[in-house]
Each structure stands twice: as structure tokens, then as C-alpha cells.
Ligand binder design. Structure first.
Ligand code: FA5
Ligand code: MG
Length: 452
């Protein structure tokens, strides 16, 4: 499996070996997906297609679902819980997922060749408009309105591989607290005093070996005393959120075992210093969020140059899977009443599996196109997109199981195993075979793969 294709480990740490958007990527993934030339309509607005268009009808069909606004859906329940925790923060929940490329990347200081911009990683309506890949895309517009404490929850879209914890649509919550600089030290230290008292009495172990230094500095424009207070307030605020969300579970599972939280240095183009937070759950570290002190450039672009403070972005599915015991990310999208009726507003309850339908495997082997064929270089995300378009949520996992290089010709062949399984019913072998055939046809036509 191509490890580079696994999610977005962090918007900035991703290894830069993927095609960037200014190369031949455009030739493949765009017009070949949606051939019709009519503009794309979303929420009553029309977006003309161009050589960047790579959104698919399957993806666009998710825009209307708004899981985070459903009060008794796990994503909606979790949103409300976090909003209640940050009670003085303004909740913003209905911004359109379509943003400009400028908002999603440029405004936040992403380099022109950042791999997240590529057509294999992001969904574009056209060269100007895209489906947001993170809620940070709205930072400037919210700060511009003068809002100082806010939580923004929304659906975000990333092209990705297929397995139990990756889905091309998920939900993030962005939170921020900024203050006029003249009041910042007093505001953050007052909050720190309350939070530090609460945390010192809690059954929580916070591991934090992070250092501020050349690789993760305070910003030159900030008085180090103030930057330290803001950074500590960010850490106290998020540790207290993690305690609220996971404290109960840790105690339930481990008879008084302390909750373990770990802080790691990170890099985001729009914060400094920057961190990621992980929580120990069932013996593994689970990444919950990215965060940091907002860069002055963002404050300047938002026309509030005299303010400073912090921001975070957390993934709601990851947290909901743990809190509700939901084993597969596709379940969040199920409309089966056996799923939807299990949950109640305001309550965290354990998911009760209602069906154990067996998986049905099919293998697809193909030769990669030769470089002279006119097709772009093979990318796993392009293949996964075809699988999703044909089989929808029945595609549980797509995994590379074999690679072969012909000893004489040097041609390369790959074998992918597609695992079909429904959350709600049995998938027949005939149905799986039909899907596989359709995937093969589409892969031939759109990617130039030669089926073996
Ligand atoms: C970001 O998206 C940054 N915008 C976060 C941020 C906000 C940093 C504000 C600084 C200030 P990242 O790509 O790491 O960072 O994603 C943030 C969180 O979203 C992750 O920690 C994870 O919880 C969740 N997440 C990321 N990718 C996926 C995925 N494929 N499936 C489910 N959740 C995901
Ligand atoms: Mg990350």
C-alpha cells in the first residue's frame, strides 16, 4: 500500500513526492470524470467546469447531508457536547463547503507546490473553487467579522484511499480564541488560573516534551511572555476538553487508570508554535487535532492586526468512533434506522452492532499504462475514486496486495483486492462481480489501465 496515500497526516508534514497541481495531473482527473459540459450546480449556485474539475456526483451528493446539524446523530451529539464545553464561544455551523482555492490554501500561507493542492488530494469544482479540505479555510472570514471566540463545525473533503477509518468526507471543528493584544496577557492568565486548578485535581497524565525553539518558534512580533501565556492557554483549554470527552471512558475502562494525553510539535503554515494532540485509547495513540498560535499574517489579512490568540482543528469522526464505539467510518452515513435510531441528543451511548454481513472479496490486476500512452502517472486515489463511484459505500476497503515487474519488458502490474460489504445487508457474489467489471471498464477508459 502506498503509505503516502494514507490520509493527510498533517497538512504540512506530508512528503512531497506527489504530483503537484501544475504538472500533467490536470490532464487525467478532470474531464475524464465528468464528461458533460453543463456547469455544476451546488446550493443554487452554478460553477463552470474547466480542466481542474474533478468532483464527482457521489461526492457532491454528500453536501446536503449535514450530519453535524442532526441533533441525534453521533456527529451532531459530539458537536453539541463540545459547544457546551466552550460555552462562551459563538457556534458557526452553516457555511457552504465550497470555498475559493485562495481561502483554502493561499490565504493561510500554503506554498504554491504544497501537495495538498494537487488534484489527487483535493476536490475542485474548477480552478477557482473547491470543496474545503479543512475548516481553517474560514479563519480569515470569521476573524474579519470581529468574532473573538468561536467554534466552526463543517463537512470537509479530501481524496483518499478506502478503509474503515478513511472516508472522502469527514467533519472538523475549528475553534479559536483571539484577544486585543493590550488585554491578552490578563485574559489568558485569568483563564489559565481556573483551568490549571481544575486540571491539577483531575485523573489525567499530560505528556508534553515539546519545546519552543528554532523549529517551532514564538513569533517575532509577540512578546515572549504573552506568547507563552497564549500557548499555555491553548494547552490548558484543549487538555480540559480532552478530559471532559475522554475522562469518563478512561475511568470506566481501566478502573481509575489516569487518562493519558500527549502533545507533539507540529507544523502548519498558519500557526506558530504548532502542535498535535493525541490520546491513548485501547493501547494506541489516537491523533485528535492540530493547533497553534495564530500567525500574525492571518490577523493582518483579517484586518485585526492588533489581536492575537490560538486556534485548533479537530476531527469529529475520530473522536465519535471512540466515544460511541463505532467501528467503521461508513456507518456515520447510514440511513438504516437500526443505526440512526440508536442515538439520542445529548447522550453518549455505545453502538450496538445490528448486522455482521460477511465481506465479499474481488481482485483486480492490471498493467500500468506506459509513459507514452497519454495517461497521467498512476495514483491510488484516482483508482479509489473509481471504486467509490461504482460501488459507493459498499466498498469497504481497497488494498494493494501484489506488485509485479515484468523481467523482460520492465512493465509494472498491480493487484488490488476490493472488499465489498454492506452495513445493512448481504452483498451477493454476482453483485460484487458486476461492480468489479464496471470498475475495470472505468479504469481502462479513464486511467488507461490494461486489465490482466
Ligand atoms: C488540519 O486540518 C488543520 N487545519 C488543523 C489546524 C487548525 C491546525 C487550526 C492549526 C490551527 P490535519 O490535516 O492534521 O490538520 O487534520 C486535523 C484533524 O482532522 C486530525 O487531527 C484528525 O482528527 C482529523 N482528520 C484528518 N484527516 C482525517 C481523515 N482522513 N479522516 C478522519 N479524520 C481526519
Ligand atoms: Mg494531522
Amino acid at each position: 500500500m502506498n503509505v503516502l496515500a494514507r490520509s493527510w497526516p498533517s497538512v504540512a508534514f506530508r512528503v512531497i513526492t506527489r504530483r503537484s497541481c501544475n504538472c500533467n495531473a490536470a490532464r487525467f482527473s478532470t474531464s475524464s470524470y465528468i464528461r458533460k459540459q453543463e456547469p455544476i450546480q451546488v446550493n443554487g449556485i452554478s460553477y463552470p467546469r474547466d480542466d481542474y474539475t474533478n468532483v464527482t456526483p457521489t461526492i457532491l451528493s454528500k453536501v446536503a447531508r449535514q450530519l453535524h446539524l442532526q441533533p441525534s446523530h453521533p456527529i451532531g451529539i459530539l458537536r453539541s457536547l463540545i459547544e457546551a464545553h466552550f460555552a462562551t464561544f459563538e457556534a458557526i455551523n452553516t457555511l457552504s463547503p465550497i470555498v475559493t482555492v485562495h481561502q483554502n490554501f493561499d490565504e493561510l500561507g500554503f506554498a504554491p507546490d504544497h501537495p495538498g493542492r494537487s488534484l489527487t488530494d483535493s476536490y475542485y469544482l474548477n480552478r477557482q473553487h473547491m470543496l474545503r479540505t479543512h475548516t481553517s479555510a474560514h479563519e480569515v472570514e470569521v476573524f474579519k467579522k470581529g468574532t473573538e471566540r468561536w467554534l466552526l463545525t463543517a463537512d470537509v473533503y479530501r481524496r483518499d484511499e478506502i478503509d474503515a477509518s478513511h472516508y472522502p468526507v469527514f467533519h472538523q471543528m475549528e475553534g479559536a480564541h483571539v484577544v486585543p493584544r493590550s488585554e491578552a496577557l490578563a485574559t489568558f492568565e485569568a483563564s489559565n488560573a481556573i483551568l490549571e486548578k481544575k486540571l491539577s485535581n483531575a485523573n489525567i497524565v499530560i505528556m508534553d516534551d515539546t519545546k519552543v525553539g528554532a523549529s517551532n518558534p514564538y513569533q517575532d512580533c509577540h512578546d515572549p511572555l504573552l506568547a507563552e501565556a497564549a500557548t499555555r492557554n491553548l494547552k490548558n483549554s484543549l487538555n480540559s476538553l480532552v478530559l471532559e470527552l475522554f475522562g469518563g471512558i478512561a475511568n470506566r475502562a481501566g478502573a481509575g487508570e489516569p487518562l493519558q494525553v500527549r502533545w507533539i510539535e507540529a507544523f502548519f503554515p498558519f500557526t506558530s508554535p504548532s502542535y498535535e494532540v493525541e490520546v491513548m485509547f485501547e493501547g494506541k495513540w489516537l491523533e485528535l487535532l492540530g493547533c497553534g498560535v495564530v500567525k500574525q499574517a492571518t490577523m493582518d489579512r483579517s484586518s485585526v492586526p492588533d489581536k492575537m490568540g490560538w486556534a485548533f482543528g479537530l476531527g469529529l469522526e475520530r473522536i465519535a468512533m471512540v466515544l460511541f464505539g463505532i467501528p467503521d467510518i461508513r456507518l456515520f452515513w447510514s440511513t438504516d434506522p437500526r443505526f440512526t435510531q440508536q442515538f439520542k441528543a445529548g447522550q453518549i451511548t455505545s453502538f450496538k452492532p445490528y448486522s455482521k454481513n460477511p465481506p465479499c472479496y474481488q481482485d483486480i490486476s492490471f498493467w500500468l499504462p506506459e509513459s507514452s500512452s497519454g495517461f497521467a502517472q498512476f495514483h491510488e486515489n484516482d483508482f479509489c475514486e473509481i471504486v467509490r463511484d461504482v460501488a459507493g459505500d459498499l466498498a469497504e476497503e481497497t488494498a494493494l496486495v501484489d506488485t509485479f515487474v515484468h523481467p523482460k519488458t520492465g512493465r509494472k502490474s498491480l493487484c488490488y483486492r476490493i472488499n465489498y460489504r454492506s452495513m445493512d445487508r448481504n452483498v451477493t457474489t454476482k453483485e460484487a462481480r458486476d461492480y468489479t467489471q464496471q470498475i475495470e471498464e472505468a479504469a481502462k477508459a479513464k486511467m488507461g489501465l490494461e486489465i490482466r
